[in-house]
Design a protein around this ligand. Structure first.
Ligand code: MRU
Length: 337
């Protein structure tokens, strides 16, 4: 695998005394970096989607705790503030719980810096492993459809679903990639296409509403997506629109793959019914690129995640292995305590 070609973006960078984040709200128009000088600025960056994507949120939060420890901030308050930044991606809570365990065990600021670095490094290693495992499921010369952004921008590097796609391209298994726009925030249009074009991967953007028509045309054999939280029965929360892709894939005989590190698996949550779905400001739907597109006075409903039932998923790929046709028993066997 040529990682020099397919793994060059690092959107979360520890600088020794602050955290540098590539501002994902401005891409692809502008590559501007934000320097977060304290944990509050990191919380704000997570809340405002300057940093986004489940693993990247967890990594940024871990750095927030390390930074607060270096600055002598009250860590219980910092942990609580960061935890409340966004509700659905469990990687945030997972990373904060891991940092808290180290604090309770008496870790000093230097040890917390090492822990945050370990969380970041392990995420990159997990993505590379998942790339191999997921790509091995795909037949040569396939077409794939992905949703949202699951690439280097959303992780420590390489990506989850996009990591599988990158590995699949490198191995000759993926010939063509389609990326859904991912309204309203356009993670697919603005971020995934930016990553694919930079890598020179043959890809086309589609409107979210073109997915069924695409699948009917037999141009894609797999839908490959990431996850924000995988419940103990395999139900998976991911970006809004994922559920309708899974239903459409089942109808057309297209396979459906979820790719996520084990830090996204939440065995304490029994089913998808229990996952809190983030509702964001309706204003995100009422404007496009800062320009109001909907008549004044109009209302909107803006849930930003949905839950795909396990029965619609053909494979869950984590760094620990692949679960085909996931259910509680297979999940317990791989992730049980
Ligand atoms: O609201 P976002 O952009 O943080 O949502 C991101 C997603 O839903 C991703 O698909 C998911 O976090 C997986 S990222 C590897």
């Amino acid at each position: 695998m040529d990682y020099d070609r397919y793994d060059r973006i690092r959107a979360v960078q520890w600088q020794g005394d602050h955290l540098r984040l590539l501002d994902q709200r401005l891409l692809p128009r502008e590559e501007r970096w934000i320097d977060c000088a304290d944990a509050n600025q990191i919380t704000q960056a997570i809340r405002d989607l300057a940093v986004r994507g489940a693993p990247a949120i967890g990594i940024a939060a871990a750095w927030g705790v390390a930074l607060a420890a270096k600055q002598g901030e009250p860590l219980d308050e910092v942990l609580a503030t960061l935890r409340a930044a966004r509700p659905t991606a469990v990687n945030l809570m997972w990373a904060l719980d891991r940092m808290k365990r180290r604090i309770v065990a008496g870790a000093d600021a230097d040890a917390l810096v090492r822990e945050a670095q370990a969380i970041q490094d392990e995420d990159l290693a997990a993505n590379r492993k998942m790339g191999e495992l997921g790509a091995a499921l795909i037949r040569a010369h396939s077409g794939v459809l992905t949703h949202c952004n699951t690439g280097s921008l959303a992780t420590a590097g390489f990506g989850t679903a996009l990591g599988v796609i990158r590995a699949g391209v490198a191995m000759g298994r993926v010939d063509h990639v389609y990326a859904g726009e991912t309204r309203p925030w356009q993670q697919g249009a603005r971020l995934t296409m930016w990553e694919l074009v930079r890598d020179g991967i043959p890809a086309q953007l589609i409107a979210d509403s073109a997915a069924a028509h695409l699948m009917k045309s037999c141009a894609v054999q797999w839908v490959i997506v990431g996850a924000d939280r995988i419940a103990a029965n395999g139900d998976t929360a991911n970006k809004i629109g994922t559920y309708q892709l899974a239903i459409t894939a089942k109808y057309h005989g297209v396979k459906f793959m979820v790719v996520a590190p084990s830090s996204t698996v939440d065995m304490a949550t029994g089913t998808g019914e229990e996952i809190e779905i983030e509702l964001r400001d309706p204003a995100e739907l009422l404007s496009t690129g800062g320009q109001r597109t909907v008549v004044e006075g109009a209302q909107a409903w803006n849930p930003v995640f949905d839950v795909t039932p396990a029965e619609l998923i053909d494979a869950i790929v984590t760094e620990r292995g692949v679960i085909e046709r996931p259910n509680s028993i297979a999940m317990q066997a791989m992730f049980g305590w």
